[in-house]
Ligand binder design. Structure first.
Ligand SMILES: NC(=O)c1ccc[n+]([C@@H]2O[C@H](COP(=O)([O-])OP(=O)(O)OC[C@H]3O[C@@H](n4cnc5c(N)ncnc54)[C@H](OP(=O)(O)O)[C@@H]3O)[C@@H](O)[C@H]2O)c1
Length: 244
């Protein structure tokens, strides 16, 4: 299904993005894995052999995007998984944290898609998958005003990009996971260990958070021709959390 397809994944060095790369390695796709952590990129290169090209790049280097994509083949798929979350409650609000979150989560995916479009690097019938969240689109979480807004932005981008690219058959969708067991959750300190156990118990499917592989398989579906008539959607993958 993915023979001769080139798929770029941001956030490929950790969590969901890494799971997407590992999942797609079972297909015939060629992956372009973008991240900052050199060791994790090297691990991916070893794992993927000639099927993975790794690129060390800080997505907040907005001036560097043209160079980043200059030598890149035209893409059949793009997965924007890079993201950060920082506890930033309003009573202690940090504009610096806010701006950092907006830069990585909100500006970077939009700028990347725009630069790829301007450079004509998105092939007809390509599929773009953005990482939204139930936070910001369905629920709120204390201390995450900036994060929530950036995740709601992904759902908005999917709608607008879907319309701007439809004439080329390019589809754009977002995925809104509930909590996923990744370093982002482990390191966010949004919740205490005790609160995390209580929170997990609120997930109807299995009283647990999702594994990154359970998001990666939905990404693979959205990238594939099986989703050929889906565009502009925000697909909730949350074990039933938000239907309660
Ligand atoms: N985990 C969850 O519960 C959850 C729930 C809903 C939505 N999401 C969304 O899913 C996406 C992936 O989350 P995750 O849990 O997989 O997070 P993660 O394990 O912390 O991974 C984050 C990734 O983003 C990359 N990244 C961060 N800042 C970057 C920068 N300035 N330039 C380049 N890359 C950068 C990191 O690369 P380096 O380490 O190489 O810097 C890393 O690969 C995020 O957009 C997140 O908002 C996650």
């Amino acid at each position: 299904m993915f023979a001769d397809k080139h798929i770029l994944v941001t956030g490929a060095t950790s969590g969901i993005g890494r799971a997407v790369v590992v999942d797609l390695l079972r297909t015939e796709a060629h992956l372009i894995a973008v991240g900052r952590n050199r060791k994790h990129l090297e691990d991916l290169a070893l794992l993927g052999k000639d099927k993975v090209t790794t690129i060390e790049f800080d997505l907040t280097d907005f001036g560097g995007y043209r160079k980043l994509i200059a030598d890149m083949p035209s893409l059949d798929g793009l997965v924007c998984s890079a993201g950060i979350v920082e506890n930033n409650p309003l009573r202690f609000f940090s504009l610096e944290k806010y701006q950092r979150t907006v830069d990585v989560n909100q500006t970077a995916p939009l700028h990347l898609v725009a630069e790829l479009a301007k450079a004509n690097r998105l092939r007809d019938k390509a599929s773009i998958v953005l990482l939204s969240s139930i936070t910001g689109t369905s629920i709120g979480m204390k201390g995450t005003a900036a994060y929530a807004a950036t995740k709601a932005a992904q759902a908005a981008y999917a709608k607008v990009m879907a319309l701007e690219f439809a004439h080329k058959g390019i589809r754009v969708n977002a995925i809104a996971p509930g909590m996923v067991q990744t370093p982002l959750v482990d390191g966010s300190h949004q919740l205490s260990a005790e609160a995390i156990e209580l929170d997990k118990a609120r997930y109807p499917l299995g009283k647990r958070y999702a594994e990154p592989e359970e998001i990666a398989s939905v990404v693979r579906f959205l990238l594939s021709v099986d989703a050929s008539f889906m565009t502009g959607q925000n697909v909730v993958v949350d074990g039933g959390f938000t239907v309660q």
